[in-house]
Design a protein around this ligand. Structure first.
Ligand code: AP5
Ligand code: MG
Length: 197
């Protein structure tokens, strides 16, 4: 644990929050290429855990199928394990889809540390819905219908307002206009990230 904290001090930690379809995954891929960060998406970590059929996976399967939030202790455990696995070999962590509730941010701050930057991908519900519908047409399994998308969006808005308010006073919060082309959005992100290096 001592070694973990020491190595961690040399790394930048960036949180990227934003609704489903706001482009978090798309942009993180581009940022990894430019800055050499390690990209950790809590959604991806949870899907990997499900596929492993572990004891933990039994606890989270139903919750994820409903589109609800997985208990924060499990998410933080998975995140920390993934961070330990790539520590010493990275310039920083780009943590996508986290925190989804204030409690997650508080726990991360206590157990690991506060992030250097929090990015919020601002995108209208219409744009996010259209992108997800388009994706579900082109890449089966098509689990995103108008109804399930509306549910995910509602859950996002409900949870994100207090999270944004929490970081507004605590650390650097950058709101990014995520409506534009992937290139437009990427340029804004680079400006925000360059400001912390
Ligand atoms: P997660 O996997 O995080 O899903 P999500 O955030 O709901 O949505 P996506 O990953 O689909 O969207 P994205 O913003 O990454 O967009 P993308 O770049 O893919 O979470 C899944 C589930 O896991 C949750 O519902 C929850 O149950 C659980 N979970 C996850 N984290 C948790 C946590 N911290 N605590 C508890 N539970 C948790 O882009 C989408 C589409 O749009 C693509 O087709 C892309 O090509 C297109 N696109 C992207 N950008 C643009 C652009 N600028 N212009 C045009 N098209 C674009
Ligand atoms: Mg994603």
């Amino acid at each position: 644990m001592g070694g973990f904290m020491e190595d961690l001090r040399k790394c930048k930690i960036i949180f990227m929050i934003g609704g489903p379809g706001s482009g978090k995954g798309t942009q993180c891929e581009k940022l990894v290429e430019k800055y050499g960060f390690t990209h950790l998406s809590t959604g991806e970590l949870l899907r990997k855990e499900l596929a492993s059929e572990s004891e933990r996976s039994k606890l989270i399967r139903d919750i994820m199928e409903r589109g609800d939030l997985v208990p924060s202790g499990i998410v933080l455990e998975l995140l920390k394990e993934a961070m330990v696995a790539s520590l010493g070999d990275t310039r920083g962590f780009l943590i996508d889809g986290y925190p989804r509730e204030v409690k997650q941010g508080e726990e991360f701050g206590r157990r690991i540390g506060d992030p250097h930057l929090v990015i919020c991908m601002d995108c209208s519900a219409d744009t996010m819905t259209n992108r997800l519908l388009q994706r579900s047409q082109s890449s089966p399994p098509a689990d995103d219908t108008t109804k399930t998308i509306a549910k995910r969006l509602e859950a996002y808005y409900r949870a994100s307002i207090p999270v944004i308010a929490y970081y507004e006073t605590k650390t650097q919060l950058h709101k990014i206009n995520a409506e534009g082309t992937p290139e437009d959005v990427f340029l804004q992100l680079c400006t925000a990230i360059d400001s912390i290096f």
